[in-house]
Ligand binder design. Structure first.
Ligand code: FPP
Length: 249
């Protein structure tokens, strides 16, 4: 890592440090279209997308945002052409190997959420290695949703709680929002305050359905590989204009 990268970039002066989201979630959409527009294979969009995610993680760290969650692969993405799925799995693994040292230096705590057991075993090994090595880091919490589906996550929490009821460990009326949240993959991180989705689609796509109940949504037409610090600045400015009422008046 060179010195330029270690220097923290200051929060733009028009943003209020006290009103920043604690947790930002991103749906990184538009990689394929970005590549197509340039006459490139779709996978080039994903490759470019990695650099964008890395820059965003660093930007969050610089500006004092405590958690970033990225939707890297949904349970529905298995339906893509085999070559693209294979490329993505290999890309995740390569990036993890390549970036681990830097994540340690930058104090990033990485975790993966989703049904990890059906990922290629070599990728699973790298995932567990990176989660174990970074688990005590105190910097930004970086969560990567891989083979993730929000409904599936809710169902597995229901099954775990139902089992506890069946075994007499808890009573049904003890199941409240806090207990339920502790049975989700994201138990260790606060709910996202801001969801950014690129490429203009107005959908949640099965992402963090429970956790996003009160998230502010920011949709931009920009394709993910073009999403940069300026775009993020715009998203944060929009977020800071919002009045968050959480159902109150
Ligand atoms: C959606 O664009 C993007 C994906 C399904 C993959 C996103 C993954 C990365 C950017 C790599 C992240 C890497 C790590 C290690 C976390 P799309 O393909 O649906 O684009 P389209 O809608 O234009 O077709």
């Amino acid at each position: 890592m060179n010195n330029m990268q270690t220097l923290l970039q200051e929060l733009p002066s028009d943003l209020d440090q006290d009103l920043l989201p604690r947790h930002v979630a991103v749906i990184m959409d538009g990689n394929g279209r970005w590549a197509k527009r340039r006459g490139l294979p779709r996978i080039m969009g994903h490759r470019q997308g990695v650099d964008v995610l890395k820059n965003l993680l660093r930007c969050c760290r610089d500006w004092g945002i405590k958690a970033l969650t990225a939707y890297a692969f949904s349970t529905e993405n298995w339906g893509r052409p085999l070559e693209e799925v294979d490329f993505l799995m290999t890309l995740f693994e390569r990036v993890l190997v390549r970036e681990l040292q830097e994540m340690m230096e930058e104090n990033v705590r990485i975790q993966f959420v989703g049904n990890l057991s059906s990922l290629p075993s070599s990728l699973q090994s790298q995932i567990y290695r990176s989660m174990t090595l970074t688990k005590d880091n105190q910097g930004i919490q970086f969560t990567v949703a891989t083979n993730y589906g929000g409904r599936q996550e809710i169902l597995q929490a229901c099954r775990a709680l139902a089992t506890q009821v069946q075994q007499g460990q808890i009573q049904p009326d003890q199941i409240d929002e806090a207990l339920f949240s502790r049975h989700l993959y994201t138990a260790n991180v606060c709910d996202p305050d801001l969801l950014i989705r690129t490429s203009g689609e107005m959908r949640l796509s099965n992402f963090l359905l429970w956790q996003m109940a009160y998230a502010e949504l920011y949709i931009t037409d920009v394709y993910w590989p073009d999403f940069n610090r300026q775009q993020f600045h715009k998203a944060l400015s929009a977020y800071q204009q919002r009045e968050r009422r959480f159902g109150k008046i």
